[in-house]
Ligand binder design. Structure first.
Ligand SMILES: [Zn+2]
Length: 87
């Protein structure tokens, strides 16, 4: 089980499990605030998500959003796409 840098901050934070990472196959447990969880799981009448992830999690960085949506870890992304200017 992956243990990322994301921990519960409030007593009512909601724990979610991500899909398996496409690189290492590990799922992750993350914590969202109740408001974030509600926004993320809200659906339209046709069953599609009401908000884009950027709208549901406006205060999170892109690494965190990627982890929530696809389960892909930031460090695994870094393996897939090494930064060429960091040599
Ligand atoms: Zn991974």
């Amino acid at each position: 089980m992956y243990h990322g840098p994301y921990f519960a901050r409030h007593h009512d934070d909601v724990k979610i499990e991500t899909p398996p990472c496409v690189v290492c196959g590990e799922t992750s447990e993350l914590y969202l605030t109740q408001a974030e969880f509600n926004a993320l799981t809200l659906t339209r009448e046709d069953g599609k998500p009401y908000y884009l992830i950027q709208q549901a999690l406006p205060h999170r960085d892109s690494d965190f959003r990627e982890l929530v949506m696809t389960g892909t870890h930031p460090e695994c992304w870094a393996q897939l796409f090494p930064e060429e200017d960091d040599r």
